[in-house]
Design a protein around this ligand. Sequence first.
Ligand SMILES: C[S@@+](CC[C@H](N)C(=O)[O-])C[C@H]1O[C@@H](n2cnc3c(N)ncnc32)[C@H](O)[C@@H]1O
Ligand code: SF4
Ligand code: SF4
Length: 300
Amino acid sequence: MKFSSFLYLAGFGIKTVLFRKKDPILGTVIVTDRCNLKCRHCSVNNITAVMHPYAEIEREMHQLYDMGVRILFFCGGETFLWRDGDRTLKDLVIEAKRIGFLIVNVVTNGTFPLDLPEADLILLSLDGDRERHNLVRGDTYDTIMENIRGATADNICFYMAINQLNKDAVRDVCLTARDTEHVRAVSFNFHTPYPDTRDLALSREEKRACCDVIRQMMKEKVPVFNLKSAFPYLIDNRFPTPCHQCVVIEDGKVSVCGRCIDVPGLCAECGYFFVAEYTLIFRGNLRVIAEMLRTYLKYI
Ligand SMILES: C[S@@+](CC[C@H](N)C(=O)[O-])C[C@H]1O[C@@H](n2cnc3c(N)ncnc32)[C@H](O)[C@@H]1O
Ligand code: SF4
Ligand code: SF4
C-alpha cells in the first residue's frame, strides 16, 4: 500500500472512532450472480444470473466513491465470468484504480486463468485440502492449483469459509498458503447460516477449535490475514453488527454491510471475520487496532 493511502485510511479511522461516524470506507460491487459452480454452502449463486453491464457497474463505482468508499471489492457470483462485449474484469479493476480507489480487490473461485496483476489482492476461495475442497466446491481443486501456478502476479490470498464439511482442514489451507508460489496469505470466515444452509453452521466449541488452529499457525509464521484479537468476539458472536463502514451494491441497490442484511436474524449469527474486525476497530478497540496496523502493513 502507498504511504499516502495509509495516511488517508488512518485519518478516516481516527475520525470515525473519535466522532462515532457511520460513513463507509469499504464497498463491494456485485458484477453478476452468475456462477459456473454450485458450492454446498452458498446461497447467492445464479439467482438472477444477470451479467450487469459495464455502464451500470461504472455508475455504481462512482456512486460508492462519492459516498467515501476507498477500498473496493468486486464479488459475485463468479467475477471472472463477467463480460460486457470485449470488456472483462481487468477493465473494471483498471477503471476502479483510475477513479481513485486506493485498494481494489477481487473475489474468485479460481477456476479461470489468473492474469490480474492490476488487482491489489485476488481473494481466491480455497475450502480445504483436495478432498474437502472438492466436497464443498465440486471437482475444482486441481484446476485451481494449475491456475495459481500460471498466475501472473503474487497477489493471491486464499479465502476459506469454514463449515461442517471442512472444519478439520484449516491447517491444510494454512500450509498450502505458506508453501504455494504466488500466494501471499490466507484469510478466513466462519459459515454464515442462511436459512438453506443452517446444517453447515459451526458450534461455539467448533469455532473455538478452529481459532486455536489458526492461532497456532500464526505462531508458526503462516501468513494469516486476520486479527486474532477478534477471535473471542467471533467465537461467541458478540461483535457489533452490522458494519456501517461497509456497503455492497448489487443491481443499483445499496445495502449496509452485506447483501445478507435483509435475511431475518442472520446478523446475530454472522461468521464474516471482516465484520468483527472492522466493527471492533471502528468502535476504538485498541488491541484490534494495533494488530490491524501490524497485519495490514505486512500483507497489503
Ligand atoms: C459468494 S462467493 C463469490 C466469489 C466467488 N464465486 C468465490 O467463490 O470466491 C464469495 C465468498 O463467500 C463465501 N461464502 C459463500 N457463502 C457463504 C456463507 N454462507 N458463509 C460464509 N462465507 C460464504 C465463499 O466461500 C467465497 O469465499
Ligand atoms: S463459486 Fe462462489 S458464487 Fe459460485 S457457488 Fe461457489 S461460493 Fe457461490
Ligand atoms: S453482519 Fe449481517 S449483513 Fe453484515 S455480513 Fe454479517 S450477516 Fe451479513
